[in-house]
Write a protein that binds this ligand. Structure first.
Ligand code: ADP
Length: 384
C-alpha cells in the first residue's frame, strides 16, 4: 500500500449523489484518493486547497454547470493544467461537447458510463500525474544534492587555498635559511655530508614551493571572475615561450592564427603548461621538437601543440588532466602533476576544450579549442 500522501487525488463533480457513489465504486480499484463535490462551487473550493490528477466533471448541473466550472478551473493558475474529463448525457448536443473541448477538456465520456472505459481513461491520467510528481521530486532531490556538492567544493577550495597560502611562510624560512647556510658557512660544510644534505633540503623546499604555487593557481582558477576579450594567439604564444626553459628545443610556430575570444592571462598559462610539457617529456638524449599550428573549425579555432616526446597511452588520456596524476613519477621528469588540471580548468572557464592524440613512442599532439573572436557571443560554461 502506498502511504496516503503518495496517492493521487481524483475529483468527481456531479450533483447526483447516486452518480457520485457509482463513480467512486468504479474508481476505487485504482487505489487513489477520491474526492467528491456536489456542485461547481464545491469543486472550485476543493481545488483551492488540493492538487488533483484528474477531474471528472458532469456537464449538466443546476446553478454553475460543467462548462462554466471548467472555464473557472482553467482561469486559475493553480488548477490550469489539471486534465478534465467531461461526463455528458447521450442526448447532449454535439455543440456542447465541442465547447467542452474548446474550454480545455481533454476527453469526455457518455452516461451511462462503461466501468472499464472510465477506469482506463482515469488510470492514464493518474499514472501521468504520479510519474510527473516522482520526476519532479527526483529533479528537486538532484538540485539539492548538486547545491550541497557545490557548497562542499567551495568550502574545500577555500580551505586548500588558505592552507596552501599559510604553508608558504614556513617554507620561505626553510629556503632562506638553507641558502644562508650554503653561502655563509660554505667552508664549514666542505668535506662532510653537510652540503649535500642542505642542497637536498633546498631542492625539496623548491619542489614544495612549485607545488603550492600550482595549487594556488588551480584553486584561484575556480574562484576568480574572468573576462574574455579578443586575443592574438601569436602574441600569447611568444609570451608563454619566453617563460619556458626551452634549452636546446626546436620550437616552430606555424601561423597564421585567427584572433580568439579568451582570457589573456589564462591562455598564457595554458600555452606555458603545454609547451613546458612538450619540451620536458622527451626520451633522454633526444632534442625536443615542438610544432604549434592552428585549424579553423567553423566558429571555433583549434590550436595544436605537437611534440616528439615519449607519448601517452590512450587509456591515460583522461586521467592526466586530474590533479596529481603523473604517469612517470620515478623517471626523473620533474613536475607537480597539476599543470594539465590547470589547463583543463582554464579552458573550461573560457568556454573552450582541451584534448590530445598520442600513443607511446609516437609523440603527443595536444589541442585546445576556443571560439574565434568573430564568432557570435555565448556565455562560457558556468563555473562547475
Ligand atoms: P607534470 O607536473 O608532471 O608535468 P601535468 O599535469 O602537466 O604534470 O601532466 C600530467 C602527466 O601527464 C605528466 O606527469 C606526464 O606523465 C603526462 N604528460 C603531460 N604532457 C605530456 C607530454 N607532452 N608528453 C608525454 N607525457 C605527458
Amino acid at each position: 500500500m502506498t502511504p496516503e500522501g503518495d496517492k493521487a487525488s481524483i475529483l468527481i463533480v456531479d450533483d447526483h449523489e447516486e452518480n457520485l457513489e457509482a463513480f467512486e465504486a468504479i474508481l476505487q480499484d485504482l487505489g487513489q484518493n477520491i474526492v467528491k463535490a456536489r456542485s461547481g462551487e464545491e469543486a472550485l473550493r476543493r481545488l483551492y486547497h488540493q492538487d488533483f490528477a484528474v477531474i471528472l466533471l458532469d456537464v449538466r448541473m443546476p446553478g454553475m454547470d460543467g462548462l462554466e466550472t471548467a472555464a473557472l478551473i482553467r482561469a486559475r493558475p493553480r488548477s490550469r493544467h489539471i486534465p478534465i474529463i467531461f461526463v455528458t448525457a447521450f442526448d447532449d448536443p454535439l455543440e456542447r461537447i465541442t465547447r467542452g473541448y474548446s474550454i480545455g477538456a481533454v476527453d469526455y465520456i457518455v452516461k451511462p458510463v462503461h466501468p472499464e472505459i472510465l477506469r482506463s481513461k482515469v488510470r492514464v491520467f493518474v499514472e501521468l500525474f504520479l510519474k510527473t510528481r516522482s520526476l519532479e521530486r527526483e529533479v528537486q532531490e538532484r538540485r539539492r544534492a548538486e547545491e550541497e556538492l557545490r557548497a562542499a567544493n567551495r568550502e574545500l577550495e577555500a580551505f586548500s587555498y588558505s592552507v596552501s597560502h599559510d604553508l608558504r611562510g614556513p617554507l620561505r624560512a626553510i629556503t632562506g635559511f638553507s641558502e644562508i647556510l650554503l653561502e655563509e658557512y660554505a667552508d664549514k660544510l666542505e668535506g662532510g655530508m653537510g652540503r649535500d644534505c642542505l642542497n637536498r633540503i633546498a631542492d625539496g623546499a623548491r619542489q614544495m614551493d612549485a607545488l603550492i604555487q600550482d595549487l594556488l593557481t588551480f584553486s584561484r582558477l575556480g574562484r576568480d571572475r574572468i573576462e574574455l576579450t579578443e586575443v592574438d594567439p601569436a602574441e600569447v604564444l611568444s609570451e608563454s615561450i619566453a617563460r619556458v626553459e626551452v634549452g636546446q628545443a626546436d620550437i616552430a610556430i606555424q601561423g597564421p592564427f585567427a584572433p580568439l575570444r579568451a582570457n589573456r592571462v589564462l591562455l598564457t598559462q595554458v600555452f606555458y603548461n603545454l609547451i613546458s610539457n612538450a619540451v620536458k617529456f622527451v626520451p633522454p638524449g633526444v632534442r625536443p621538437v615542438v610544432r604549434i599550428r592552428s585549424e579553423r573549425h567553423g566558429e571555433r579555432v583549434r590550436i595544436w601543440v605537437e611534440d616528439n616526446g615519449i607519448g601517452i597511452a590512450p587509456e591515460y588520456h583522461d586521467r592526466i588532466f586530474r590533479v596529481f596524476e603523473r604517469l612517470n613519477p620515478s623517471s626523473g621528469y620533474p613536475g607537480t602533476g597539476i599543470g594539465l588540471a590547470i589547463v583543463r580548468r582554464a579552458m573550461e572557464r573560457m568556454g573552450g576544450k582541451v584534448g590530445l592524440e598520442s600513443s607511446p613512442g609516437q609523440g603527443s599532439r595536444f589541442w585546445i579549442e576556443l571560439p574565434a573572436a568573430s564568432a557570435p557571443k555565448t556565455d562560457p560554461r558556468p563555473q562547475r
